[in-house]
Design a protein around this ligand. Structure first.
Ligand SMILES: [Zn+2]
Length: 127
């Protein structure tokens, strides 16, 4: 786990690199196309110890459910019944973005959906 100071300096570096005003008089920093909102969110999560611990706890306590145990409700949408009667829903875009954590729509349960992205390369080598 990186130290808070490391996170902070990396954040500032990234922020600086993506800031159009700062970029002009700091030509040593190459322009980077960064989603500032995402950067801030990542920084907030990582730099705040309690939210980092909470996130770690979610990861640790989340039940792992294989995508194979989900039902394809419609094209690109998979659902799984929560024990509360609610539904976990994961869509193709979530998987493309590498998201694994899915919250129940009715309660506060979170599950970690197990899947591997199958690329055309894999298909070709595995037959
Ligand atoms: Zn639930």
């Amino acid at each position: 786990m990186p130290q808070p100071s490391t996170i902070k300096s990396a954040y500032h570096k990234a922020l600086l690199a993506s800031h159009p005003d700062k970029r002009s008089f700091s030509s040593a920093i190459p322009p980077v196309d960064v989603d500032i909102a995402l950067l801030k969110e990542a920084y907030t999560t990582l730099s705040n110890v309690s939210s980092r611990v909470a996130y770690d706890n979610i990861l640790r306590n989340a039940r792992v459910i294989s995508l194979e145990d989900f039902e394809e409700a419609e094209e690109g949408v998979w659902t799984h019944a929560c024990r509360c009667g609610g539904t976990y829903r994961i869509i193709e875009e979530d998987m493309d973005a590498g998201r694994h954590l899915v919250g129940c729509e009715s309660c506060s349960e979170v599950v970690w959906v197990g899947y591997e992205l199958v690329t055309d390369e894999h298909r070709a080598t595995n037959g």
